[in-house]
Design a protein around this ligand. Structure first.
Ligand code: MCA
Ligand code: AMP
Length: 508
């Protein structure tokens, strides 16, 4: 038996001397180095007691070692559980209790706070720092470089990624080896990645986009990446002459367009610019084409499904659309209530089925059942239509979700924290058009009679509870929230009332 996903990477692997990544601090890691060092990390995991199927929860800075740890986890047969570095201790506590990892890997600077939480969930804690050092790295350095990969079948779990829930509780999306392998294979083919490609990798590696779409595609193609700690627009443009492709969220493209150095000449060595995770405005698409001569290729995915659709490599990349279903993916538009398929051109719920679709939510069989139709289609919560030429358009969301700079924020989670504060009667959290982040998280709050609670009080109270990117960029106080006859808060009315608060020049 074989290790399904890692074998797929091995199949495309070039000569050991070929480079896999170059970092912004001047380090180079070849495919041979990757095999040896991920082998050492895999030994370190098994030596720590990680058994096949155990969860390895990881909240660390973006380093090559963090990526080696992901590969080691696959090779050791474990289930990789990456966590956003912005998550606070109460957020981590929930993930640890829910996922019951065998091992937690964190930044040495945070170990004092994280270790007790991990211990109370039954996990051992090791560290991996910004410099790639720590107790796990030390342990790995002592190990042999040859590791016999643990056998994993296509439907064995490779990873769990938490995604916020509409009811406030995060759900762990279980992704199998085949979910990831099939999607990477299809993307390599559709986007024409080959061994000579060089990807500018400036995304975080704790979500689907930076971890699976970017990294798995590069590994599967035997290609190379310029591995950047953070997204710095000036620096990214300076890398264009050495690279062939960029993957980014719309905020990347908005910020790159603000750079004088973005010209046709600067982008002449690049062959492909890809955008996803949030809607790319047609305005951004058009401005990019004008400045660089390139049409950004927009695609659409979810944590639960990996990538579902993509604009074509050849042929028209249509602004404001997410292109066609990927090979193997079936996509249909249905009546959101009854699930009945709708005619072409009608707006409804986007549902998908295919080898990319996850195995369900970790230990939540009821929630899993509720989000699938009887015939196996996953209900995405996105509203869309298919136009006469077959392009999929996302026209809205059936779910109460805000996407800020490519990060998903569920209003309920923030409303619960704000509502719990003394002095607050109730709140509604909405997404409002924002020139940089696409949508800005905005809280509309009703004070209790006599209360003088301020925006600063609210910010201070939630600081230690919620990751920074979830914090409202503005808090607006009102006497009451608009409601419909059923008593439900009319968020559309609020979104309309405050639609200009972040208009260019006034972004806050
Ligand atoms: C940082 N801040 C944010 C965000 N990022 N606030 C709201 N939304 C954000 N996305 C906060 C910072 O804490 C800071 O607060 C202030 O906003 C300004 O920070 P700034 O320096 O501008 O931020 P940055 O460090 O430059 O980060 C912006 C970013 C980053 C580069 C756009 O958010 C990012 O890398 N986003 C990509 C997310 C991603 O990979 N998503 C893919 C999910 P203060 O100043 O008060 O300290 S996977 C997915 O969605 C699916 C499956 C798919 O289809 O891909
Ligand atoms: P996540 O929770 O990170 O898995 O985000 C998935 C959601 O991001 C989808 O359900 C969509 O609402 C949104 N999304 C991803 N890509 C796009 C895109 N190209 N256009 C519009 N929305 C997108």
């Amino acid at each position: 038996m074989t290790n399904h996903l890692f074998d797929a990477f091995r199949a495309g692997m070039p000569a050991p001397g070929r480079l896999l990544m170059e970092t912004d601090d001047g380090r180079s890691i070849s495919y041979g180095d990757m095999l040896e060092r991920s082998g050492q990390y895999a030994h370190a995991l098994t030596q720590t007691g990680v058994q096949p199927g155990d969860r390895v929860a990881v909240q660390v800075e973006k380093t090559p070692e963090a990526l080696l740890l992901y590969l080691a986890s696959l090779r050791a047969g474990a289930v990789f559980l990456p966590l956003n570095t912005a998550y606070t201790l109460p957020e981590l506590d929930y993930f640890f209790r829910d996922a019951e990892p065998r091992l937690v890997v964190c930044d040495p600077e945070k170990v004092v706070d994280i270790q007790p939480l991990a211990a109370s969930a039954g996990a051992v804690t090791l560290t991996l720092g910004r410099d790639g050092r720590g107790t796990l790295a030390d342990r790995a350095a002592l190990q042999p470089t040859d590791f016999v990969d643990v056998a994993r079948r296509p439907d064995d779990l490779a990873a769990i990624l938490y995604t916020s829930g509409t009811t406030g509780r995060s759900k762990g999306a279980m992704l199998s080896h085949e979910n990831l392998a099939s999607n990477a294979r299809v993307l390599v083919e559709r986007w024409r990645f080959g061994a000579n490609d060089v990807l500018i990798h400036a995304l975080p590696i704790f979500h689907t986009h930076g971890l699976f779409v970017a990294t798995n595609v590069i590994l599967m193609a035997g290609a190379r990446m310029l591995f950047e700690q953070k997204f710095d627009p000036g620096r990214v443009i300076s890398l264009f002459p050495r690279a062939t492709a960029l993957m980014g969220v719309p905020t990347f493209y908005v910020r790159l367009l603000q750079q004088d150095g973005l010209t046709k000449d600067a982008a002449s060595h690049m062959r492909l610019f890809i955008s996803g995770s949030a809607p790319l405005l047609a305005e951004t698409h058009n401005a990019w084409r004008e400045r660089t001569g390139h049409a950004i290729l927009e695609r659409y995915g979810m944590t639960e499904t990996n990538m579902n659709t993509s604009n074509p490599y050849d042929g028209e990349r249509r602004a404001g659309t997410v292109g066609f279903p990927l090979p193997g993916v079936t996509l249909r538009i249905t009546d959101p209530e009854g699930g009945k398929p709708l005619a072409q051109g009608e707006i409804g719920m986007i549902e998908v089925k295919g080898p990319n679709v996850f195995a369900g939510y970790w230990r939540m069989p009821e929630k899993t059942k509720a989000e699938f139709r009887g015939d196996g289609f996953f209900i995405t919560g996105d509203l869309g239509l298919i136009d006469a030429d077959g392009y999929v358009h996302i026209v809205g969301r059936g779910k109460d979700l805000i996407i800020s700079g490519g990060y998903n924020v569920y209003p309920k989670e923030i409303e619960s924290e704000i509502d719990a504060l003394d002095g607050v009667s109730e709140s509604a959290v909405i997404g409002v058009a924002h020139p940089d982040f696409g949508e800005g998280v905005t809280a509309v709050v009703v004070r209790k009679p006599g209360s003088a609670i301020s925006a600063a009080d609210i910010a201070g109270a939630i600081a230690a509870l919620l990751a920074k990117y979830k914090h409202p960029k503005q808090v607006i106080f009102v006497d009451e929230l608009p409601r419909n006859t059923m008593g439900k808060v009319q968020k559309n009315v609020l979104r309309e009332a405050y639609k200009d608060i972040y208009a260019t020049g006034r972004a806050g």
